[in-house]
Design a protein around this ligand. Structure first.
Ligand code: PMP
Length: 428
């Protein structure tokens, strides 16, 4: 397999783009070697500029739940383009997608569209602060909520991968209002809440974490947070940018039957276009401008092309619940196959999974929080990643990520992924 064109592009890119990429983890820094540059993608496959074909297990970090370049979404985008690309004025499409989101996601009575997950979480915390009149909020170590200043404290995903979970450029003044607790540790949350009584506007979390690798909530954890928030009048925010429309049509909240006050969404909601959203109880959402005093706006928010893609995606998911049975079956087949391989090779590594999300952690410890995830051998992960890539399997280029499977994966793809795993793991 040659990747000469990718190498040339990367050399040129580094002259004009910081690190050669528009989002840090894409640079493959954590796994060694140069990134591959992509030409196109279709169904279960992604193709680089040198013409190599890879089976997709990351799917644009989540959005491509139905595989790449799905014909329905593509047609909807082309049709919408015929009417123009941006109006900066309300459209019927926005009303339709908002209504559908409120039908699908249990916590959402009203919703505001934005352009990324980062915007959604920034806006949701501002809203919680405006609504409660309180300034602090609590997040969990290793959770990632986009790159808003106040979230870059013990942040997961690329922030850990690049070795700066606390980014320079975030002021002390901002950081002091971000409180932290370890994921799955209700006692610690209670302590922090008691020590900051009446001052916490929101608790925000990934209900199933994906940004320190896939980490599930322990039984009772989400329910416990719901109870604390009810007792202390704290706004509970589920960041479902990854899990929304992926773990079930209504996200993790529907699957686990714990209903937050606000929900942030992204990725799948745009069908591959840059879309985010935040929504929740009407009483809280009505605090958003222009119905309320909390300001939030966007020139391209509710963009008609993006809405056409998102609406088509969500309609399809709403009308085809079999998508979720299929995704779970695909996830289970892969994870069970992988566990068999690990057993056969006598390797003690840990796998966490739920539905179409999973992470193979290069540690023999159970992974329930950020500290556990950090026991992984990331050097070994890098070798594993490169081995898999050489065998035509495209994984997330960091240990601290979840994989995102799609409905385009068929049994033959799963067999190839498992074969590649066996060969790669043997060779490490
Ligand atoms: N929240 C979560 C849970 C995420 O996984 C991400 C991105 N991976 C974000 C927020 C930020 O979304 P975006 O990259 O679209 O800004």
């Amino acid at each position: 397999m040659t990747t000469n064109k990718s190498k040339q592009l990367f050399e040129k890119a580094k002259k004009f783009i910081p690190g050669g990429v528009n989002s840090p983890v894409r640079a493959f820094k954590a796994v060694g070697g140069d990134p591959i540059f992509i030409e196109k993608a279709e169904g279960a496959y992604i193709y680089d500029v040198d013409g190599n074909q890879y089976i997709e297990a990351i799917n644009s970090w989540g959005p491509m739940l139905l595989g790449h370049n799905h014909p329905l979404v593509r047609e909807a985008v082309i049709k919408a383009m015929e009417n123009g690309t941006s109006f900066g004025a309300p459209t019927g499409l926005e009303v339709e997608i908002a209504e559908l989101i409120t039908k699908m996601v249990p916590s959402v009575e009203k919703v505001r569209m934005v352009n990324s997950g980062t915007e959604a979480t920034m806006s949701a915390v501002r809203l919680a602060r405006g609504y409660t009149g309180r300034e602090k909020f609590l997040k969990f170590e290793g959770n990632y909520h986009g790159h808003g200043d106040s979230f870059l404290i013990a942040a997961g995903s690329g922030a850990i991968t690049m070795g700066n979970p606390n980014s320079p450029g975030v002021t002390k003044g901002t950081a002091k209002d971000t409180l932290l607790a370890p994921f799955n540790d209700l006692e610690k949350v209670k302590e922090v809440v008691a020590a900051n009584k009446g001052e916490i506007a929101a608790i925000i979390l990934e209900p199933v974490a994906g940004n320190m690798g896939c980490v599930l909530p322990e039984p009772g954890f989400l329910q416990g947070l719901r109870k604390i928030c009810d007792e202390e009048s704290i706004v509970l925010i589920f960041d479902e940018v990854m899990t929304g429309f992926r773990l079930s049509p209504g996200g993790a909240q529907q699957l686990m039957d714990v209903i937050p006050d606000l929900t942030t969404m992204g990725k799948i909601i745009g069908g591959g276009m840059p879309v985010g959203a935040y929504g929740g109880k009407a009483e809280i959402m009505d605090f958003v401008s222009p119905s309320g005093p909390v300001y939030q706006a966007g020139t391209l928010s509710g963009n008609p092309i993006a809405m056409a893609a998102g609406l088509t995606m969500l309609k399809y998911l709403n009308e085809n619940p079999s998508v979720y049975t299929q995704l779970s079956k695909t996830g289970d087949t892969l994870v069970n196959g992988l566990k068999e391989i690990l057993n056969r090779l006598g390797l003690p590594y840990t796998i966490n999974n739920l539905g179409s999300m999973y992470t193979l952690f290069f540690t023999d410890q159970k992974v329930k929080n950020f500290a556990d995830a950090q026991t992984c051998d990331t050097g070994l992960f890098g070798k594993y990643f490169r081995g898999m890539l050489d065998k035509g399997i495209y994984l997330a280029p960091s240990q601290y990520e979840s994989l995102f499977l799609s409905t385009a994966l068929e049994q033959t793809h799963l067999d190839q992924i498992l074969d590649a795993n066996e060969q790669t793991l043997k060779s490490l």
